[in-house]
Design a protein around this ligand. Structure first.
Ligand code: ZN
Length: 90
């Protein structure tokens, strides 16, 4: 897993300050527009927009997620729940 730092911004769901993301896949690629991520505090799904600005995904985007991505989201949420105490200190 690799960690990518980016401009600090607030989670549009809960307002938590986010300034980094990590890649769930073994591929160390940096996030690009259209990639999905989760807020480390509220665990809601976010989408990287232009210039990696985080936004709430549209309902139609969530409905179109493939089974593999849904599985990745569920796995990432389980990991975040297991380390929640550490994550809240960010
Ligand atoms: Zn949040």
């Amino acid at each position: 897993m690799s960690v990518h730092l980016h401009k600090a911004q607030r989670c549009p769901h809960c307002g938590h300050r986010l300034n980094a993301s990590s890649n769930a896949a073994s591929d160390p690629a940096a996030p690009v527009e259209g990639d999905y991520t989760l807020c480390v505090r509220c665990h809601e799904v976010l989408v990287f927009g232009p210039e990696l600005q985080l936004r709430v995904p549209k309902l139609v985007e969530l409905e179109r997620l493939d089974p593999e991505t849904l599985k990745d989201i569920a796995t990432a949420r389980a990991v975040l729940r297991s380390v929640r105490g550490d994550a809240d200190g960010c």
